[in-house]
Design a protein around this ligand. Structure first.
Ligand SMILES: [Zn+2]
Length: 152
């Protein structure tokens, strides 16, 4: 006769963790903490990246860490948007009861788009409209330092 012990536990296990985002993103988040948009520029083609990149995908070269940094404004152009119940910043709740507007914004002077919620009335939204960052009141050097975008 054999004995089999089965233990089963239900519930959530909370595990706090940190990870390093690397030297390039470190500069970006340091900038956010000061309400600044820090980007980098490819020395070959001149494309400007928000957030900064280590490699230019077009030229296939490494952008040197010690040069080619540019500070951009906190204004940009709405490239596209969508209306969704799915949250982009909260992994646990996933779906909210209310709809949220999410936009892709091209920061002035850059060649890329960043995705953030839009705090703009749905009837006023237009692709191509000028928008600006709505900064959080107490920045921490995190993506959430940008709460979203409002009409410029
Ligand atoms: Zn390039």
């Amino acid at each position: 006769m054999s004995e089999k012990i089965i233990e089963k536990t239900r519930g959530l296990v909370k595990a706090d963790f940190n990870f390093w985002v690397g030297l390039y993103m470190d500069k970006f988040y340091d900038g956010l903490e000061q309400n600044k948009i820090v980007a980098n520029k490819c020395p070959e083609c001149g494309d400007v990246f928000v957030p900064p990149r280590k490699i230019c995908g077009k030229c296939k070269i490494k952008i040197p860490l010690d040069q080619n940094w540019v500070e951009l404004t906190d204004q940009g152009t709405l490239m596209n948007f969508t209306k969704t119940q799915y949250k982009v910043s909260d992994r646990r709740t996933r779906k909210s009861k209310s709809f949220q507007l999410i936009g892709i914004v091209n920061i002035d002077g850059s060649n890329t788009g960043i995705v953030y919620p839009l705090d703009i009335a749905p009837e006023e939204i237009e692709i191509g409209m000028k928008v600006k960052i709505k900064w959080t009141e107490q920045p921490k050097g995190e993506p959430s330092d940008i709460e979203g975008f409002i009409r410029a």
